[in-house]
Design a protein around this ligand. Sequence first.
Ligand code: SIN
Ligand code: FE2
Length: 212
Amino acid sequence: MLDLFPDDRKALPLDPGACLLGGLALPFAPALLEDIRQIAAQAPFRHLETPGGKRMSVAMTNAGGLGWVSDRFGYRYEPRDPLSGQAWPAMPPLFAQLAREAAEQAGFAGFAPEACLINRYTPGSRLTLHQDRDERHLDQPIVSVSLGVDATFLWGGQARGGRVKRIALHHGDVVVWGGPARLTYHGIDVLPEGLHPLTGDLRYNLTFRQAG
Ligand code: SIN
Ligand code: FE2
């Protein structure tokens, strides 16, 4: 396999099964952003509705064989974009390669996600504490890539209401959580006003899941 990542960067452990791979995606950020632009041209970012009827402040789209959606009927994965009735845009090869390599560096070899949720944050957007538990393969990790404006990652425990750590996520950072950390409560604090040379005032996040 092509050696995209010659030097193993230092992993910062967050908990058993979870770590921050600082800057791992940095060399690929412009290409990732171009891929996002092309995906969004086919499957535009949209504000999904929660099952409780609230409009999410984060705009979302997907790439891959399955895409995460939310509406009044609940959270689930769908093979088609409900807006167009078409399959979600294909997972770009760079996405899959980065996700696999990040998972491997975090100790989860063989990660082959078929779902990539793409989140877009504007100033004031946030993602409240939640677990990622709509995936069939809870034995597989989550790989999360940050691009653009810096954000504060909220990293809780295995139950709601515990202590929450605040971790700065910069452009190019990758977080991986799996194994004993797979169902950790996590979120993103209100995105501050910021300016990034590649994304303006936006933050993007890619989360890779083996869902179906
Ligand atoms: C998520 O929890 O799905 C996204 C987290 C992030 O935007 O970093
Ligand atoms: Fe999540």
